[in-house]
Design a protein around this ligand. Structure first.
Ligand SMILES: [Zn+2]
Length: 284
């Protein structure tokens, strides 16, 4: 997980005005609401570090429809905002959903859900590039009953820079199975960030989704090791290669990137190392 770069602007409201200008049917109702929307944008910007304090505004059904129309019926102005957000991200991050680290970010999630906060339907810093599955799981869910946010805000939260996602490989009927678990081994780790990350993983069902993905990655990794390794070689060398892979992956996608944790799990799995070595010997 890597932080995303927010679209910086002194005037987020001007994006709303550009979108409004390209509307016909809902233009009047949006124009009447301009002052309210501008105030609501200010409220968001003032509290972007902790959006949970923002109260729900009351809108009529027609007003709500018009606000959602700004996002759901596309305009050139909206497409331009989306393009600017995407192009701001580092190329490596652009191709991978940072909520999960699995999918491709083909959609935009409304961090404050548009069904509850329709006035933020086109606010650029409320639009988070993410994959379809994460967007779908989040839906309208964003706060727990105790007002804690369920998922990390990739634009404004301090991401935990301490490793806390680990994997363990076990074998069942000769098939490797991976269990991902989160724990904090560093007492200096920011506890709030750790708890926020735990809620994020739980909300997006990430341990289960990683487990499903892991089988394919393990199989590919083994194949790659067997193809590219020549004798003589040792288990230690295979282990070191896996640890180097883990390092490279976490440098690119963040310290708690699931594939990095998986590579470490494989490096610590004697049976996997032995299987690789046996297959390397058998091919020679
Ligand atoms: Zn995702």
């Amino acid at each position: 997980m890597k932080k995303l770069v927010p679209l910086e602007s002194q005037e987020y409201f001007s994006y709303f005005i550009q979108i409004l200008k390209q509307k016909r049917k809902v233009k009047d109702i949006l124009t009447e609401m301009q002052d309210t929307i501008e105030l609501r944008y200010q409220r968001y910007c003032e509290n972007k570090e902790d959006l949970s304090v923002i109260e729900v505004e009351t809108f009529t059904q027609d007003q709500k429809k018009a606000l959602l129309h700004c996002y759901e019926v596309s305009t050139k102005a909206l497409e331009s905002v989306k393009k600017q957000i995407s192009e701001l991200q580092e190329p490596t991050v652009r191709g991978k959903c940072q909520y999960c680290g699995i999918g491709v970010p083909t959609t935009f999630d409304h961090y404050m859900p548009k069904g509850i906060f329709p006035e933020y339907s086109v606010l650029p810093i409320n639009l988070v590039p993410c994959c379809y599955e994460c967007n779908n799981i989040r839906g309208e869910n964003w706060l727990l009953e105790n007002k804690q946010r369920m998922t990390v805000n990739l634009y404004f939260d301090d991401l935990l820079m301490v490793k806390c996602l680990f994997s363990e490989i076990s074998y069942s009927d000769n098939i490797p199975e991976t269990n991902f678990q989160m724990w904090s081994i560093d007492p200096s780790a920011n506890n709030q960030s750790f708890e926020q990350l735990k809620r994020h993983y739980s909300m997006l069902d990430l341990e289960k989704r990683y487990k499903l993905q892991a089988a394919g990655v393990i199989s590919e990794t083994k194949r790659s090791i067997v193809i590219h390794t020549k004798l003589p070689c040792s288990r230690e060398e295979i282990k070191q290669w896996l640890l180097d892979e883990a390092r490279a992956k976490s440098d690119t996608f963040g310290i708690n990137y699931w594939e990095a944790s998986l590579m470490e799990g494989l490096a610590n799995c004697d049976r996997f190392l032995q299987e690789c070595l046996t297959e390397i010997c058998n091919k020679s």
